[in-house]
Design a binder for this molecule. Structure first.
Ligand code: SF4
Length: 244
């Protein structure tokens, strides 16, 4: 699916900037709490008339250049697009700072993007969903019958992406979801802390509603105060060098 959703204006997706957001269809993970069902399962987009080509998006961006301070590439998972570098290059050539939101499953593509000035994003947000050793539970490969991610490839890809981002010199942030404690234990959040550096690490609280796995719609959201305490604990663990 080469076509894109466009959110014309956002005040919250790019720090300190008014930005347009491009949503890429398709994802190589299947987080059960995901609220982007249509982006993750592109067959659901068949027949939609509000999708745009990159040329159409570019026309819009040029017209709105005076009010937009940047462009966010989000998803789904943007790094599934083999031509992502070309898209970043086009947007930067138009004068837009580019932010990339990624799940970190494609470190090879990230390395390629980072290697040239014209394809380097100006800001990156990396999602940390679970400790690396549990990523097999989320990967498409891990979920396919007879194709279990026994080698922990998804977790290794995440660690590699986190390391690349930390050493890239590109402004970045980490993002996590505070999940019900029965699913993600406080000590596991401490294990995730090993992948962050001094950049901001933001926690949002899980909410039921339109989860990819309908069973998750029956789960209660964690108490926001408890989630904030977890985030603090994770950051303290990070400073003490705890984690796997
Ligand atoms: S990485 Fe997970 S939450 Fe993000 S779009 Fe894919 S399935 Fe949804």
């Amino acid at each position: 699916m080469d076509r894109l959703f466009l959110r014309k204006t956002s005040l919250v997706d790019y720090p300190s900037k008014v930005a347009a957001v491009l949503f890429f269809a398709g994802c190589n993970l299947r987080c059960p709490w995901c609220q982007n069902r249509e982006l993750v399962l592109p067959d659901l987009l068949v027949g939609r008339t509000d999708l745009l080509s990159i040329d159409e998006v570019e026309c819009y961006l040029v017209k709105r250049r005076s009010v937009l301070g940047g462009v966010v590439l989000s998803g789904g998972e943007p790094t599934l697009r083999a031509d992502l570098g070309r898209i970043v290059k086009r947007l930067k050539a138009l004068g837009f700072p580019v932010k990339l939101d990624t799940n970190g499953m494609n470190p090879g593509l990230l390395e390629g993007l980072f290697s040239q000035e014209e394809t380097r994003p100006d800001y990156i947000a990396l999602d940390l969903k679970l400790p690396p050793k549990r990523y097999g539970e989320l990967s498409v490969r891990g979920l396919s019958e007879g194709s279990v991610d026994t080698q922990g490839e998804a977790g290794e890809a995440l660690k590699e992406s986190a390391a690349l981002i930390r050493s890239s010199g590109i402004a970045h942030e980490f993002r996590s979801l505070a999940l019900p404690e029965a699913y993600l234990k406080p000590e596991e959040i401490c294990a995730m802390a090993a992948m962050v550096d001094d950049a901001p690490w933001y926690f949002r609280v899980f909410r039921a509603g339109n989860c990819l796995n309908p069973l998750w719609n029956t789960l209660e959201a964690p108490d926001p105060k408890a989630a904030a305490a977890l985030a603090r604990k994770a950051c303290e663990a990070d400073k003490r060098g705890i984690g796997a």
